[in-house]
Design a protein. Structure first.
Length: 214
């Protein structure tokens, strides 16, 4: 006699309704922040969609929409797999950490920009990470995921270099090849790659630890 398969909700650390309310709250905040950021940037959509902050927040937005609409497909839909959700969690966490450590001291928005900045760089990343901690125990993460998760940062770096060579403007100062020079730029790339690998390894470790402690 085969053992019945547990519902993913049985693996959650909190009540399913708490998770749904949390996700709906993040979703509403994500939509509002993206739209309110898009409106003033309408004349320069290329720059808007090329920023890492917007791309990582859009990934969160897409995942949340699918998670809320198709929760019953959790066990079969590839988009719910640990390697995909772990990647999105990693990327949005990097958004929070990099902004807080490197960019926040130089950016002091006011008015509506302060709201969208707080939402996109702090509240949404932290809330999504909390959701991950509370619910991502159905999947068993593998250490090899950390290498797969490097694919998007590498793609983003190549995209940044191409856009920078065409426009002469680089989105982030620490990725400005012209201003930094080849050696400094290469060093930054190595540091960022190591950062993604270490943070990804931390996610795998946390996944295994939480599953073991539950």
């Amino acid at each position: 006699m085969t053992e019945p398969v547990k519902s993913p909700e049985k693996e959650w650390l909190v009540n399913a309704w708490i998770v749904r309310i949390l996700r709906l709250g993040i979703l509403v905040l994500s939509w509002s922040a993206i739209i309110l950021t898009l409106i003033p940037a309408w004349g320069d959509l290329g720059f808007f969609f090329s920023t890492y902050t917007i791309q990582s927040n859009l990934l969160v937005l897409v995942w949340l929409n699918i998670a809320i609409l198709f929760q019953e497909k959790y066990k079969t839909c590839w988009f719910f797999s640990g390697v995909i959700r772990g990647a999105i969690t990693l990327y949005i966490t990097v958004t929070f950490i990099i902004f807080a450590l490197l960019l926040a001291p130089f950016y002091h928005p006011t008015g509506m920009a302060a709201y969208t900045n707080l939402s996109l760089h702090y509240i949404i990343p932290i809330a999504f990470l909390v959701d991950w901690v509370l619910t991502e125990m159905y999947h068993v993460y593998q250490w090899k995921y950390t290498l797969f998760w490097l694919s998007y940062p590498i793609f983003y770096l190549i995209l940044t270099l191409i856009l920078g060579s065409i426009t002469g403007t680089y989105i982030y100062p620490f990725l400005d090849l012209n201003a930094m020079g080849t050696e400094s730029f290469a060093l930054v790339c190595v540091i960022l790659a190591a950062f993604f690998l270490l943070l990804g390894a931390l996610l795998v470790f946390l996944n295994k630890t939480i599953r073991r402690l539950k």
